[in-house]
Design a protein around this ligand. Structure first.
Ligand code: 6PG
Length: 477
């Protein structure tokens, strides 16, 4: 019997995807550069379904039914190109190569075009949910041709997470659309994690709460509108005690956040597309700042305010205020991320359905959250919504939260607690709703020193002021 799909690259993500497919009754061909991983998988998990272990590229390809579907799960970049070059020459017209790694969407566009010229389908797909998700049901974001989705879609939908019976998998759009959406997913993941981390820092710094107590606060939040995977695991991390020292786990971890690069890509692409994704950018820079140990130790002695914890009514209100600030900031971060998908879709002609993206993020992925269902509803009601902030669902909630949001930020500023994520979210909110922005002055400055010209509010056209002759105050008099 031929395999309905094959997986090459059997590190934990590839292995778990293969197991997930087999557990759903699909015969799965296996291949890995080193044979041991393949043997290992069959030995340990062979009973979960039907696997066809293979030990050469030729045997792997021969084990697959047509059109062949092979999933590549290797490191992004050169290793992915190498594996594609290993298999593509062995394939026939109409076969489908799936790249399920975290590839840069520009690489995916290039690979898709090259393989299309050779008669092959190339599907760059986002897969989110970490190891557990890959095994039990990830959120899947495939790009590539619609024809490839006709063949591949049912398999992917089968192994994807389900929310109310609906699979968290949908065809996102052609070529790199799937990997683009996965990239923005990760950027939003960075922003959300940063906002949650700031909430923890605020509760600790302004109320003097212990991590275990803050875990309870998060657990309570997780029963309301903030309900999400990230809040849930945050409570677990905060409640965890380090076995060796008996201190809160969070206090024994070095406070330098790392990244594998998808957040950085999101920011770079945001800049290229001209989309103000300030929440993702601040979150990415916050990780970078945390890692600058020399810079931090050089600056450690700089003066700051005394951090006296809040007392009385202010203290009592504070956790609830932080909940509101977190909610509002989160809406801003997601609004920005969806704007980036809109911009990418327009730039590359992908025609991405934002409601469908929100729908498949409701389950399986790292940013799965109750409020994604509201985002889905908002884009269903108005597919071209300029910003989530003005949609019926969110407008009221954010407006209601703004007093608490401002109050939390004043406390943070007063106590010297850094809140780059919360601060940029509120600045974005205030800038968007402003009648006039000081950008007018920036235009004046540009015109002064560089004759860069400006447009006027009262007349059409482009203007330049002869600053040397007409601009000096004494000459105006
Ligand atoms: C997911 C995650 C996954 C990975 C991140 C981690 O959706 O399952 O986003 O892709 O865990 O890439 O990213 P950093 O290492 O950059 O934090």
């Amino acid at each position: 019997d031929k395999a309905s799909i094959g997986v090459t690259g059997l590190a934990v993500m590839g292995r778990n995807l293969a197991r997930n497919l087999a557990r759903h009754g699909h015969t799965v061909a296996l291949h890995n550069r080193s044979e041991q991983r393949t043997r290992d998988l069959v030995e340990r998990f062979g009973a979960e379904g039907t696997f066809v272990p293979t030990y050469s590229a030729r045997d792997f390809v021969a084990a697959l039914e047509r059109p062949r579907k092979l999933v590549i799960m290797v490191k992004a970049g050169a290793p992915t190109d190498a594996v594609i070059e290993e298999f593509a020459p062995l394939l026939d017209e109409g076969d489908i190569i799936v790249d399920a790694g975290n590839a840069h969407f520009a690489d995916t566009r290039r690979r898709e075009a090259e393989l299309r010229d050779r008669g092959l389908h190339f599907v760059g797909t986002g897969v989110s949910g970490g190891e557990e998700g890959a095994l039990h049901g990830p959120s899947i974001m495939p790009g590539g041709s619609p024809e490839s989705y006709d063949t591949l879609g049912p398999l992917l939908e089968d192994i994807a997470a389900k929310v109310d019976g609906t699979p968290c998998c949908a065809h996102i759009g052609p070529d790199g659309a799937g990997h683009f959406v996965k990239m923005v997913h990760n950027g939003i993941e960075y922003a959300d994690m940063q906002l949650i981390a700031e909430s923890f820092d605020l509760l600790r710094g302004a109320l003097g709460l212990e991590p275990a107590r803050i875990a309870e606060v998060f657990r309570t939040w997780n029963t309301g509108r903030l309900e999400s995977y990230l809040i849930e695991i945050t409570a677990e991390v905060l409640a965890h005690t380090d076995a060796a020292t008996g201190t809160p786990f969070v206090d024994v971890v070095a406070d330098q956040a790392e990244q594998k690069g998808t957040g950085r890509w999101t920011v770079q692409v945001g800049l290229d597309l001209g989309v103000p994704i300030t929440g993702i950018a601040e979150a990415t820079f916050a990780r970078s700042l945390s890692g600058h140990t020399e810079l931090r130790s050089a600056a450690r002695g700089l003066a700051g305010p005394t951090r006296a914890p809040l007392t009385g009514a202010a203290a009592e209100r504070f956790a609830d205020d932080v909940e509101q600030a977190l909610y509002a900031s989160k809406v801003v971060a997601y609004a920005q991320g969806f704007n980036q998908i809109q911009a990418g879709s327009a730039e590359f002609g992908w025609d991405i359905d934002l409601g469908a993206v929100a729908a498949i993020w409701r389950g399986g992925c790292i940013i799965r959250a109750r409020f994604l269902d509201d985002i889905r509803a908002a884009f269903r009601a108005e597919p071209d919504l300029p910003t989530l902030l003005t949609s019926g669902e969110f407008r009221g909630a954010v407006e209601d939260a703004q007093d608490a949001w401002r109050s939390v930020l004043s406390t943070a500023v007063r106590l010297g607690i850094p809140t780059p994520g919360f601060s940029t979210a509120l600045a974005y909110y205030d800038a968007l709703r402003a009648e006039r922005l000081p950008a007018a002055l920036v235009q004046g400055q540009r015109d002064y020193f560089g004759a860069h010209t400006y447009r006027r509010v009262d007349r059409e056209g482009t203007f330049h002021t002869e600053w040397a002759t007409e601009g000096r105050p004494e000459q105006l008099a």
